[in-house]
Design a protein. Structure first.
Length: 194
């Protein structure tokens, strides 16, 4: 992976390429858009693309990180060291689903598409692990103030919550209704309460 640009203009150009590629890849799959389509959507030139990225894999890795950043931005409770409220996180998740028109998860949409590429599969697995760790941190904070049962293991609870999120997101997307996501998270959170 090439180093990030040092100038503001370079960062804007690189970010425009990544955002355009992310939109196309989320809509059509990691392998579907051609590099020419990414260039057309971003307004960048071929020399810019290859100045910032070694090739498709490098760009795809950047897209996965971009999508992870989108997920985290939509769930600020996870990064807030003062937040110990699982319901706040649940509300953020459900609102993000509604805001994005019941779409698929920005990161989860790529599961299964990276199986044949160890670098992409490893990146995706790492990003999901980071997401799960962020949820575990929220559960640990809730545990400290008695919002969850004292026997709750934050790591195990985080896996349950992330699983409820992903399954609920899929069903909400299929049904064009946020209720499956809300219900799955409500049930997972209720199981943790004292």
């Amino acid at each position: 992976m090439k180093p990030l640009p040092t100038t503001a203009r370079g960062r804007r150009s690189r970010n425009a390429i990544v955002a355009a590629a992310a939109g196309l890849m989320h809509e059509r799959g990691l392998a579907a858009p051609s590099m020419d389509e990414v260039l057309a959507a971003s307004g960048a030139g071929k020399s810019q693309l290859y100045h910032y990225f070694e090739g498709r894999r490098d760009l795809s890795v950047a897209v996965l990180h971009h999508q992870f950043d989108r997920v985290m931005a939509a769930q600020p409770a996870l990064a807030d060291p003062d937040c110990d409220d699982l319901n706040r996180w649940r509300d953020e998740v459900v609102q993000a689903q509604r805001t994005h028109g019941m779409g698929t998860c920005p990161l989860g949409a790529f599961v299964g598409q990276a199986d044949d590429d160890p670098a992409l599969r490893g990146t995706l697995a790492d990003l999901f692990t980071r997401w799960q760790e962020a949820i575990a941190g929220l559960v640990a904070r809730a545990l400290q103030v008695g919002r969850v049962r004292p026997d709750v293991d934050p790591e195990a609870a985080a896996l349950t919550l992330l699983t409820a999120h992903q399954g609920g997101t899929v069903l909400s997307h299929l049904r064009r209704d946020s209720a499956p996501l809300a219900d799955a998270l409500d049930a997972a959170i209720a199981a943790l309460r004292p």
